[in-house]
Design a protein around this ligand. Structure first.
Ligand code: HEC
Ligand code: HEC
Length: 326
């Protein structure tokens, strides 16, 4: 059998399987549900959780990771852009940390590819945590509880690598299963209304899914922001995106495609927080990523679908970041 015949026969078999077994057709869906349970809740995860909330992790004892990533509020700060430690400069829009362990690259420009590398970078970043290793190890080492618990969690106790490891263990535990869309993917067909199902259909048929895909519905690709023209930049803040990492001309204005999980509670949107609402973000995407002016009812159906992507953290629905979206 030559390749072409093989292809045609396998297509025919697939089509027949789809007709006879709807569950098989479902398996062709390019999106996948989150696992129902987080990785094992070990001593390391618990230690990481304490570090995450601890202001002693910042150079001036003024901020913890939770200051900008509060877990009870969407794991992001709800601001347009985060404020740097110097109180003057501004950073990018704060991404949620929920489901961060499923991303392939971190930060809007994908500057690092592992959570471990990200953790070390953010702790030492003078604009974010402003710490140094000698300072951190001395502070944590002076606390008998940390001494004891690092000793219980790691054979070699409190070290630089183990601090990073504990924080990343905790980050990987931040999963939000049971979004209505995940329940739908698992076979609960009435978990989505007819309109929400239409929104899901549009998401796939219009091509949103070509960029926002996989288990995190994003987080695994780089794409130019503005394939069909340049999106209007209300904030007028220069940001070269991935170019700042690679210095390749073709990476100017390229960003990591963000995960859309819990997106209904993480306004404002985009790397500079320029879009205050999901409706604005979806219109921008349709126009500049797909080259389409969406009829309002299609945009509304897409927004309804995006609202079904909100999951649960420790059994409770994820709720909105601190600031009110405009
Ligand atoms: C001042 C607010 C602020 C603080 C404090 C802060 N972050 Fe962030 N975080 C941000 C911003 C803003 C970004 C996006 C940075 C960028 O893309 O340039 C980010 C990005 C991240 C990311 C990447 C997420 C992704 O999907 O790309 C992780 C992981 C993260 N932070 C973890 C932490 C940890 C751990 C701490 C504490 C050690 C911390 N953050 C402290 C604001 C903050
Ligand atoms: C060609 C790739 C591509 C396509 C197609 C695409 N997106 Fe995006 N999407 C991106 C990129 C890149 C960003 C980040 C842009 C930035 O911040 O500068 C993004 C951001 C978003 C955001 C904001 C998320 C956040 O947390 O800030 C939403 C919402 C979104 N997209 C929805 C959609 C929808 C709905 C569609 C289909 C109508 C779509 N996207 C099509 C690449 C794409």
């Amino acid at each position: 059998m030559n390749n072409k015949t093989h292809f045609t026969v396998s297509l025919l078999i697939k089509a027949m399987l789809c007709l006879c077994f709807p569950a098989y057709a479902e398996s062709l869906e390019p999106l996948a549900p989150l696992p129902l349970t987080a990785p094992e809740n070990s001593k390391r995860t618990a230690l990481g959780e304490r570090l995450f909330q601890d202001r002693r992790l910042s150079g001036q004892n003024t901020r913890s990771c939770a200051t900008c990533h509060p877990l009870e509020r969407g794991a992001m700060d709800g601001r347009t852009r985060a404020e740097a430690a110097d109180g003057v400069s501004i950073l990018r829009n704060t991404p949620t940390l929920f489901n961060v362990g499923f991303n392939f690259f971190f930060n809007w420009d994908g500057v690092v590819t592992t959570l471990e590398a990200h953790t070390e970078k953010v702790m030492l970043n003078p604009k974010v945590m402003q710490a140094t290793w000698p300072l951190l190890l001395a502070r944590l080492g002076a606390d008998p509880e940390y001494q004891r618990d690092f000793g219980l969690a790691y054979p070699n106790g409190l070290t630089q690598a183990n601090v990073v490891d504990a924080v990343t263990h905790f980050e990987r535990s931040l999963i939000t299963p049971n979004a209505r869309f995940d329940r739908f993917l698992r076979g609960e067909t009435n978990a989505l209304s007819a309109d929400e199902q239409q929104g899901h259909h549009l998401f796939n048929s219009l091509g949103c899914v070509a960029c926002h895909q996989g288990i995190n519905i994003g987080g695994n690709l780089f794409q130019k922001f503005g394939i069909f023209g340049t999106p209007k930049d209300g904030a007028k803040v220069a940001d070269d995106g991935r170019y700042t990492v690679t210095h390749r001309e073709r990476d100017r204005g390229v960003y990591r495609v963000p995960s859309l999980r819990n997106v209904a509670v993480t306004a404002p949107y985009f790397h500079d927080g320029r879009a205050p609402t999901l409706a604005v973000a979806v219109d921008t995407m349709a126009q500049y990523q797909l080259g389409k002016a969406l009829p309002a009812h299609e945009r509304d159906l897409l927004v309804l679908f995006l609202k079904t992507l909100t999951g649960e953290y420790r059994g409770k629905p994820v709720v909105r970041g601190m600031a009110e979206p405009g």
